[in-house]
Write a protein that binds this ligand. Structure first.
Ligand code: DX5
Ligand code: ZN
Length: 227
């Protein structure tokens, strides 16, 4: 995985057809996805439940780009090795998920993955001030995590602050929640480079009609690049 700040579209398979993950992953990549975003929820840290390491391992052979695994679970540390074994390229933990995010990020890197830290809407940018050299990606949640299809919460000030704090460190800023062609330019202008989009990529399409995914991905990318 090389580092750059170009716009990367990361469709969230939370909005895919759960009976056809392999085909859905192949379709979004064929239609221009840069990364594949995998939302892991535990019914405890967030009120929803998705899939665990065995499912993520089954997705792996279908992902030719970057498998970006977003853990919405607590605790995180007992599962880090399982997600490394499942083949995650980036493993992101929430800062709110436990008292020892510093240790968690070290453990993720020690397991050979890129380490991400996610911030809920209520968590300030300053919370990562002492983590910048331990992290490869900061995920700014623009919804409260747990569900796809929620309304975008404007976090422009937080993104600008993070971009300034990061300076020239090779740290991605990822935006997750409510990203579509209307909101993408705002977050791009503020300094984001990885744009997660679930409903805005999958809406109107299906495994039998995957061209729609391509149109949706291009619309988000074009809007972001025009910012
Ligand atoms: C929310 C997840 C997101 C979600 C985004 O808890 O982390 O990745 O799938 O979905 P949309 O793009 O529909 O807001
Ligand atoms: Zn996510």
């Amino acid at each position: 995985m090389s580092f750059d700040r170009s716009v990367k579209i990361a469709p969230s398979i939370l909005s895919a057809d759960f009976a056809n993950f392999g085909q859905e992953i192949q379709a979004i990549e064929a239609e221009g996805a840069d990364w594949v975003h995998v939302d892991v929820m535990d019914g405890h840290f967030v009120p929803n439940l998705t899939f665990g390491p065995m499912a993520v391992k089954a997705f792996r052979p279908h992902v030719k780009t970057v498998m970006d695994v977003h853990l919405m679970i607590a605790p995180v540390d007992p599962y880090i090795e399982a997600y490394a074994d499942a083949g995650a390229d980036v493993l992101t933990a929430h800062i709110e998920a436990g008292p020892h995010i510093h240790r968690t990020l070290q453990a993720i890197r020690a397991s050979g993955m890129k380490a991400g830290v996610a911030l809920n809407p209520g968590t300030p940018a300053e919370a990562v001030a002492h983590l910048l050299d331990l992290t490869d990606l900061i995920c700014v949640m623009t919804v409260n995590p747990g569900f796809g299809g929620q309304k975008f919460i404007d976090m422009t000030g937080k993104i600008i602050a993070l971009r300034q704090m990061i300076g020239d460190r090779p740290v991605h800023i990822e935006i997750d929640g409510g990203v579509d062609p209307t909101t993408a330019p705002k977050v791009r202008a503020a300094g984001a480079d990885v744009l997660v989009a679930g409903s805005a990529v999958f809406k109107g399409g299906s495994v039998d009609n995957t061209g729609v995914y391509g149109n949706n991905i291009r619309a988000i990318r074009a809007a972001a690049n025009a910012a």
